[in-house]
Design a protein around this ligand. Structure first.
Ligand code: PRP
Ligand code: ZN
Length: 299
């Protein structure tokens, strides 16, 4: 691998168009980064921190990291594993964080009119995919010999064009399959967006920047599902209410001036607080309940 040039700015690859681009940039914004986009829309200069974005196709990201062009990428785990299977022996990147969005699966899909029994019926069939390594691995594990037709895009129309009998492609909402009269029949792998980096941390300024970014990212990811609850209740109901708080956090309890039997309670709950939770707390005496989203947390 080429000697990585020493750089002072960290460079993150983000999907140019597609499902992961917007949520990825949104997440980085919540980490305090903001960007000015170049006229050709391929590069975003970091204005608040020396962290820039390169807007690229997701399939190019593993190569950009391996070649030292980018330090990080926000990319589907499926893309990383496809690359890793094709480069056995060296693993040029590591998965730093799972990001909790972009959930999807790589699935086998057949034209709707064909009935599905099991993987054995795929023997001798032509399967169109952009993920030949992941599919090949799954076929081997399923002990099926089929023909892989590698396509870089528009996989879903291959059966109609007659270039393949079925497909193996990413499915998120399922809308693309329905629009192409295909039915999902088996899952090859589950995937989501991850933050990937080189296997070794850069030892120049970028190492410190990466550490700072990861700390902020954890601050955002950890509270994403958290809610702050505020309520009032009779002091006697404290134990019952504490039991009902999702995730059983230790609440902060204060007395209410002039009402010795009443308390005010606040707690950060890990997880959503639904109407049913609030109604249960109300039944044991809570009132004036407020639920607020948590934006960031630093301890
Ligand atoms: C995937 C896949 C389908 C689409 C499925 O594309 O190739 O086209 O998403 O989504 P749906 O089930 O919600 O309809 P992706 O966003 O990964 O872009 P790319 O294939 O161009 O990289
Ligand atoms: Zn892609």
């Amino acid at each position: 691998m080429s000697e990585l040039a020493s750089r002072e700015r960290l460079r993150i690859a983000v999907q140019k168009s597609g499902r992961l681009g917007d949520p990825a940039r949104d997440l980085l914004t919540r980490c305090g980064l903001n960007f000015r986009q170049s006229r050709d829309k391929l590069f975003c200069f970091g204005e608040s921190m020396p962290i820039d974005l390169l807007l690229v196709r997701d399939d190019d990201m593993p190569g950009l990291i391996a070649g030292g062009v980018c330090d990080l990428a926000i990319v589907g785990r499926n893309v990383l594993q496809e690359y890793a299977l094709g480069h056995a022996g060296d693993s040029p990147f590591s998965e730093l964080r799972a990001l909790g969005f972009g959930g999807c699966r790589l699935s086998i899909a057949l034209p709707q009119e064909i009935a599905w029994c099991d993987a054995r019926q795929l023997a001798g069939q032509r399967i169109a995919t952009s993920y030949p390594n992941l599919l090949g691995d799954w076929l081997r594990r399923s002990q099926v010999e089929a023909r892989i037709v590698e396509l870089s895009g528009s996989v879903e129309i291959a059966p109609r064009l007659g270039t393949a009998d079925l497909i193996c492609d990413l499915v998120s909402s399922g809308a693309t399959l329905v629009a192409n009269q295909l039915a999902e029949v088996a899952t090859v792998m589950n995937s989501e967006a991850v933050l990937a980096g080189a296997a070794t941390t850069p030892i120049d300024e970028r190492g410190d920047l990466l550490e700072l970014l990861l700390r902020r990212l954890d601050g955002v990811l950890n509270v994403r599902e958290s809610r702050l609850i505020l309520l009032q209740a009779p002091r006697a109901a404290l134990a019952d209410i504490s039991d009902l708080l999702p995730g059983k956090p230790r609440p902060l309890v204060t007395s209410i001036e002039g009402s010795p039997d009443q308390i005010s309670l606040q707690a950060v709950c890990s997880g959503q607080i639904g109407w049913a939770d609030l109604e249960a707390m109300r039944r044991v005496g809570a009132h004036a309940m407020l639920v607020l989203p948590v934006e960031k947390m630093l301890s």
